[in-house]
Design a protein around this ligand. Structure first.
Ligand code: ATP
Ligand code: MG
Length: 228
């Protein structure tokens, strides 16, 4: 089966997962894993699974960003990024991909996504998962205080980001915004999308750093100058 056929098939399976979940989503705990996912890599998946298990979350919704306001480099087409998330998550019943942000034409802000999710999943408790780097930057987000009103935040440790500094920042945010944020140790995986893109640019291997199907997708679409 070609990778395009696989994407089409998985798209349908994922939509079914999503619909089923919307109908049974009262009093549940949803983890949100947001990101540019350019491309998604194994650390994203490992963190989501680790936190789902630790916090007994019912499902993790992966939300690839549409047109993120903060990234100024040339970002890969949002549907390619979405497809790669789809290919990575389909074999985990507790992972679902949401197209809530990629569907939007204008810039996407987390606050709008959270409001939207609150409408869809009315009684759900939302846990927004970030890495320690993202929580340190959160005050650059739109309507930062409102984000904290709508969701709990879980900040995963990240190699290269000082735990001391991250914890200080978390304490400051909790005091300033009455925010609900927890820092959680996750097994360190020093992988970033930037590293993956650089490896590909230099024709170096990314095997085992991203799921096999993501690697296949990248090569078949010649993303990140691979295969040139
Ligand atoms: P880039 O290098 O392009 O910024 P990235 O690897 O940081 O890519 P993003 O899509 O920016 O990936 O990140 C989505 C979320 O995952 C963010 O909250 C980020 O902090 C978190 N994250 C990504 N990689 C890791 C990692 N290795 N450990 C902990 N958190 C991570
Ligand atoms: Mg990042």
């Amino acid at each position: 089966m070609t990778i395009n056929n696989l994407v089409n098939e998985y798209f349908i399976v994922n939509q079914e997962k999503l619909k089923k979940f919307e109908n049974e989503s009262n009093n549940i705990k949803i983890g949100i894993m947001g990101g540019t996912f350019d491309p998604i890599h194994c650390a994203h998946l490992a963190i989501a699974e680790f936190i789902r298990d630790n916090y007994k979350l019912d499902k993790i919704l992966f939300i690839p960003s549409g047109n993120p306001p903060h990234k100024d480099r040339n970002i890969t087409d949002k549907y390619d990024r979405y497809n790669m998330v789809l290919l990575s998550t389909i074999n985990n019943d507790d992972f679902i991909v949401s197209d809530i942000e990629v569907k939007r034409e204008d810039k996407t802000y987390t606050i709008d996504t959270l409001k939207n999710l609150k409408q869809i999943y009315k009684d759900a408790e939302i846990y927004f998962i970030t890495g320690a780097d993202a929580i340190c930057d959160i005050e650059t987000w739109k309507d930062v205080e409102d984000n904290f009103k709508l969701a709990n935040f879980i900040a995963a440790t990240r190699p290269g980001i000082s735990l001391l500094i991250a914890n200080e920042k978390i304490k400051e945010l909790k005091d300033k915004y009455n925010a609900n944020i927890e820092s959680v140790y996750v097994p360190s995986l020093d992988i970033s999308s930037t590293y993956i893109r650089n490896q590909l640019k230099r024709n170096k291997t990314i095997r085992y750093l991203v799921p096999e199907l993501v690697e296949e997708y990248i090569h078949s679409k010649k993303l990140y100058n691979s295969g040139e």
